[in-house]
Design a protein around this ligand. Structure first.
Ligand code: G1P
Length: 292
């Protein structure tokens, strides 16, 4: 069973990144010269997805503009024979079939995903949260899709998180089937460390059977007064075994200031033109000794 559609929720207010997110979506924060959301879309496409639904909200117009054609800019570049830049700009608007749904109020991740029900229909689909960039030769979403094709049930990407961060994630417990796959037992949204069933957290990648929509409709308001995807997954697990997969790759939580800066440093070091100069800069910096 192919997974061809993906939902990318991008309606959050970005409060962890205020004040810049007052007038700019957090998904548009640049990692060098590409916004975070571009990397997420690239991961979806490299995983075989060809139909992407963004769930946006107020203040997110720049995401639509970014993936749209830009006739004035294209004409400007073409008149000046800046063909490489022109190609780069044109490529972005033809990456995939992209659709937009606006979530009227930010009522939680579960509610955001439910708005895509009509577009998804009766097919399995992937969810990629707009904050996380995951690097690996085989994209994380592709790893989940491969597991889904074999298991035919919903699969969540998970990794160990530091204990002080357990209360920021959906935390699971499960039975290990092999060295990287769990059958899910329990999942709790942002538990206190004393109530956490483990320190294995769901990160922002999932593949679901369409039955998740009915589960979202049935759950009550959960943690933080929001409709939580985690609660819908717990309900789904009662009728269909859900799986959790320890993906391979490096994850950057770019919705967090530290994760964002780490992503910029690592991407700069991996960039051929910048590598040597950045390494030199970091090595020589007096700021490493002093906070002034
Ligand atoms: C969301 C989910 C949470 C998950 C996390 C991964 O939380 O609700 O279960 O572990 O993404 O990043 P958020 O980070 O949007 O608060």
């Amino acid at each position: 069973m192919d997974v061809k559609k993906a939902v990318i929720p991008a309606a959050g207010l970005g409060t962890r990144f205020l004040p810049v997110t007052k007038s700019m979506p957090k998904e548009m924060l640049p990692i060098i010269d590409k916004p975070v959301i571009h990397y997420v879309v690239e991961e979806a496409i490299a995983s075989g997805i060809d139909d992407i639904i963004f769930i946006t909200g107020r203040n997110k117009r720049s995401i639509e503009d970014y993936f749209d054609e830009s006739p004035e800019l294209e004409m400007h570049l073409s008149q000046r024979n800046k063909n490489e830049l022109l190609e780069m700009v044109q490529e972005i608007s033809s990456l995939a079939d992209i659709h937009y749904i606006r979530q009227k109020e930010p009522k939680g991740l579960g509610d955001a995903i439910l708005t895509a029900e009509k577009h998804i229909g009766d097919e399995p689909f992937a969810v990629l949260l707009g904050d996380d960039i995951i690097t690996n030769n085989k994209p994380c979403t592709k790893q989940l899709i491969e597991k889904f094709q074999y298991l035919r049930q919903s699969v969540l990407a998970v990794e160990e998180v530091p204990s002080e961060k357990v209360s920021s994630y959906g935390i699971i417990s499960g039975n290990l089937i092999d060295d990287s796959l769990y059958s899910l037992e329990e999942i709790i949204e942002k538990p206190a460390i004393s109530e956490a069933p483990s320190n294995i957290g769901t990160i922002g990648r999932y593949v679901f059977t369409p039955d998740i929509f009915d589960c979202i409709k049935k759950i009550d308001i959960g943690h933080g007064g929001e409709v939580q995807l985690t609660d819908a997954i717990r309900l789904l697990n009662k009728t269909q075994q859900v799986y959790a997969y320890r993906f391979t790759g490096n994850r950057y939580d770019t919705g967090d200031k530290l994760g964002y800066v780490k992503a910029i440093i690592d991407f700069a070091v991996k960039n051929e033109d910048m590598e040597e100069k950045i390494k030199e800069h970091i090595k020589c910096k007096p700021f490493l000794q002093s906070r002034d």
